[in-house]
Design a protein around this ligand. Structure first.
Ligand code: PMP
Length: 386
């Protein structure tokens, strides 16, 4: 009986049964009036979750990388100056994507496990003429949380378009897209949004749409091109049938269900629950005597935690024992450091039972690998903080 495992990686995550069950229906036509109503509502609810009522939503078959690609491909023209504020793996990926569209990219990189100080970002923006600033809200490779509000304030002050990679943060960490002035939020279905992998999600401000409409050159990516997708999204919003690429009907039905659950929980409640989960996991890991990748609590992500292994721990053996005990955790992601740390996802529907089980199994795997700690000292922190 060892086939039932709890998926505690930073995406995909454990999904709500209601969401999974909502998909298990005969697929409707993408122009069926019932589906059109679901699509229209999903676009609206997505904007509600990003707190951007005046924005333009895009729901497209794909992954988070496609959402990143879509924002880059539609906003960048060859030669545009772009600043990427990078905290790890996905910041560097964004730089690569932007370069593909001819952007002249500067990368401001943080020290591993830290964010780039806001003064350094301001200094960099001040002395250059950037069109776009892109950054990762929660970097899934380091479990670091950027101060999105302060970065956005700089975007506003210096009139730079901002793109927030929210793949590991939307519906888990606070985002007030409209109030903070974020031009584009990109995300995906499989993390805190709570829907199986397969949806690229974007909310663009009217400012971003205007920038796209004023392009001098055509978008060089066919599938991502908003020239193709904008009329489709607008048609669904007006409850009209339309077609460019077949929408993943059952996934969008699940998206509507999950977005409703998110908003029923209440965004403040949800962000606070993630904060409690993040705090509980960090305190549990610290009580076990392990170091965290994210060096300080204010800039630590609440959707995942990245602990360093104790010295001389065999990463493969550790993850194997964790798996044999019913929990799936992720290894490290930064290529040169991937064997010195592991990652625990705790987002979406995560609850106390998930956290207790996960920390309990981490304790078991540490002990079996020869690490000395008092059993229960980590789980006690979950009980205290969650
Ligand atoms: N950005 C971040 C912050 C991510 O965590 C991920 C996925 N781990 C991506 C982008 C890419 O998303 P996807 O794997 O869905 O393409």
């Amino acid at each position: 009986m060892n086939s039932r495992k709890l998926l505690m990686i930073p995406g995909p995550i454990e999904f709500e049964n209601e969401v999974l069950q909502s998909m298990a229906i005969p697929t409707l036509s993408h122009i069926d009036p019932d589906f059109i109503a679901v699509f229209e509502n999903s676009l609206k609810l997505l904007k509600d979750v990003c707190q951007c009522p005046s924005g333009q939503g895009f729901i497209v078959a794909g992954t988070g990388t496609l959402a990143m690609d879509m924002a880059a491909g539609n906003l960048v023209e060859a030669g545009d100056k772009v600043l990427v504020v990078s905290t790890g793996y996905f910041g560097l990926r964004y730089a690569e994507i932007l370069k593909r569209y001819g952007a002249d990219v500067d990368i401001l990189e943080s020290e591993v496990g830290h964010i780039v100080p806001i003064d350094d970002i301001e200094k960099q923006i001040k002395s250059n003429n950037y069109k776009i600033l892109a950054f990762t809200h929660v970097d899934t490779s380091t479990a670091v949380l950027n101060d999105a509000k302060s970065i956005e304030a700089l975007g506003k002050k210096y009139n730079v378009l901002t793109i927030l990679d929210g793949v590991c943060s939307v519906a888990g960490e606070e985002i007030k897209q409209e109030e903070w002035g974020i031009d584009v939020v990109v995300t995906a279905s499989q993390k805190a949004v709570g829907v199986p992998p397969g949806l690229a999600l974007v909310v663009a401000s009217q400012n971003a749409i205007k920038t796209f409409e004023n392009r001098k050159s055509p978008v060089s990516n066919y599938y991502s091109d908003w020239t193709n997708w904008l009329p489709i999204m607008q048609a669904y919003e007006n409850r009209q049938a339309s077609y460019f690429g077949t929408p993943p009907v059952n996934l969008i039905i699940a998206l509507e269900k999950s977005l409703k659950l998110i908003l029923n929980e209440g965004l403040e409640n949800r962000f606070n629950r993630h904060k409690r989960a993040g705090k509980a996991m960090r305190e549990a890991i610290k009580a076990l005597g392990l170091e965290l990748f994210s060096k300080n609590d204010e800039t630590a992500a609440n959707t995942l935690t990245a602990p360093l292994y104790p010295k001389n721990m065999d990463a493969k053996a550790f993850l194997q024992i964790v798996g044999d005990n019913g929990i799936v955790l992720a290894g490290g992601l930064l290529p040169e450091l991937k064997n010195i740390y592991f990652r625990i996802g705790h987002m979406g529907s995560v609850n106390k039972a998930d956290l207790l089980a996960t920390v309990g199994v981490i304790e078991t795997a540490l002990k079996r690998n020869g690490y000395k700690h008092e059993l229960g000292i980590g789980t006690a922190q979950v009980l205290k903080h969650f």
